[in-house]
Design a binder for this molecule. Structure first.
Ligand SMILES: Nc1ncnc2c1ncn2[C@@H]1O[C@H](COP(=O)(O)OP(=O)(O)OP(=O)(O)O)[C@@H](O)[C@H]1O
Ligand SMILES: [Mg+2]
Length: 421
């Protein structure tokens, strides 16, 4: 009988820290949110922690609030890593099949994986995670389950995700100094994908875009597996900067105008004749909504241009499940229309759909409507962390809470679990 578990997902974002503490009850698919916190963050630039002490203080304050709200002591958290220093590299391992009858055994598979995990890295880089891609038997690619098949040479291709070591260290320092343990570290886009994509979409081919304040995180899936990952160092915060410069106002007012942009749109057509007035009566700010739209769209199009370049890197992929946009930037009112126009793919907003994933329900891969139920897209990464945590614990119940390094090893074993005892 599975036990009850309480897990905390901590999404350390450029503009805000989002945290969720969730109870997964024994024998039930339901999740109970014990605490949900969103607090402004500082000390980060474009998804990277540049001032660990400052971020640590912010994390400590979030943890305090979680403890008060949930009545739980938070001994460990599942945390995200972001920033354009994140890289994905492909590696292959190859072995000669050992049995005389050439039937591929579990040992052969494990030896091939071990060989693939051994490769040299540029200085100051470290591997955080591994993702299996495919097996190749005697040059025949695309094999997912080689156990028992016959062959002379067995190869495996894996993707390794790594980070710039000093930034990775800043993350661990910031969390540990806030007085909690790190139970796992998961890349932001992979975490958001966990919360927003269905297995069906991943099978068909889909792009997950998490538009945050400092970065736009992208993950591409096909045949159920991750095939590409990128972090574009531009996010919705840059739109705020552009508005501040473009209509000559301070950042707080520019942020407000951006979030109220929907009010300047009517059926997606701006009332261009009228000039809007906000600010105090002593110091009124007048701007044309047409200019506002131009400023916002120019930056969004720049982001989509860079997204297009990333998609082209895996040009063989058709992506019938289109683009799923999440993160705070997904709340810009006309983002779906712009994405369709610029990227020429179907597009929808992704909200955390944990109930569907846990209940094993799947949609048809692409639905033009946003999910009817679901959470604020700002909480996608935090939800993904919580879902990954629950999945890990339920698949390794006897292991309790091994440390982060061990979890990475366990994860690749689990993902390839069909092959490894
Ligand atoms: N209604 C809205 N309309 C437009 N933008 C919005 C809206 N609500 C939030 N945002 C923007 O979303 C961004 C915050 O989103 P999010 O919390 O996903 O980013 P983050 O995780 O802090 O950043 P990153 O992932 O880049 O490190 C801010 O730039 C904010 O202005
Ligand atoms: Mg984010």
């Amino acid at each position: 009988m599975p036990k009850s578990h309480i897990v905390t997902g901590l999404d350390i974002g450029t503009s805000a820290i989002k945290a969720l503490t969730v109870l997964k009850k024994k024998g039930s698919q339901d999740l109970e949110v014990l605490s949900k916190v969103l607090k402004p963050n500082s000390g980060m630039r474009r998804g990277v922690i540049v001032k660990p002490e400052e971020v640590s203080r912010n994390i400590a304050s979030v943890l305090d609030q979680i403890r008060t709200e949930s009545g739980q002591k938070i001994d460990g958290v599942y945390v995200n890593i972001g920033g354009s220093h994140i890289f994905l590299t492909s590696s292959r391992g190859s072995v000669v099949v050992s049995r005389a009858d050439q039937s591929i055994s579990r040992e052969d598979i494990e030896r091939a994986i071990q060989a693939a995990k051994t490769f040299s890295l540029p200085p100051n880089r470290e591997i955080i995670d591994f993702f299996p891609k495919q097996f190749i038997i005697d040059k025949e690619p695309g094999i997912k389950e080689p156990l028992g098949m016959r062959g002379v040479r067995l190869e495996v291709e894996i993707l390794a995700m790594g980070a710039f070591s000093p930034y990775f260290k800043n993350l661990t320092t910031a969390v540990l100094s806030a007085g909690t343990q790190i139970l796992d570290i998961i890349c932001s886009s992979i975490s958001s994908a966990k919360a927003c994509l269905t297995p069906q979409q991943k099978e068909l081919g889909v792009v997950l875009l998490d538009i945050g304040a400092g970065t736009t995180d992208l993950a591409i899936y096909e045949e159920g597996a991750l095939i590409h990952l990128a972090v574009i160092p531009i996010g919705s915060g840059h739109i705020t900067n552009d508005i501040a410069i473009g209509i000559r106002t301070d950042m707080a007012t520019a942020e407000r105008i951006k979030k109220e942009f929907v009010h300047y749109l009517k059926g997606n057509i701006l009332k261009t004749k009228k000039k809007e007035k906000i600010g105090s009566s002593l110091n009124p700010l007048t701007f044309s909504p047409k200019l506002l739209r131009k400023i916002i769209e120019a930056r969004v199009c720049e982001i989509f241009d860079l997204v297009q370049k990333e998609i082209k890197k895996v040009s063989s992929v058709l992506l019938p499940a289109g683009i799923v946009i999440t993160g705070g930037g997904a709340k810009l009112p006309n983002i779906v229309e712009l994405a369709k126009k610029e990227l020429k793919l179907p597009c929808r907003i992704g909200t955390p759909i944990f109930h569907q994933i846990l209940a094993g329900k799947e949609d048809s891969g692409f639905s033009p409507e946003p999910a009817e139920e679901g959470e604020d897209p700002v909480f996608s990464t935090a939800w993904g962390l919580v879902l990954s945590a629950i999945e890990q614990i339920e698949q390794e119940p006897e292991k309790g809470f091994p440390d982060f390094r061990k979890r990475v090893i366990n994860r690749i074993k689990r993902t390839l679990g069909v092959f490894i005892p």
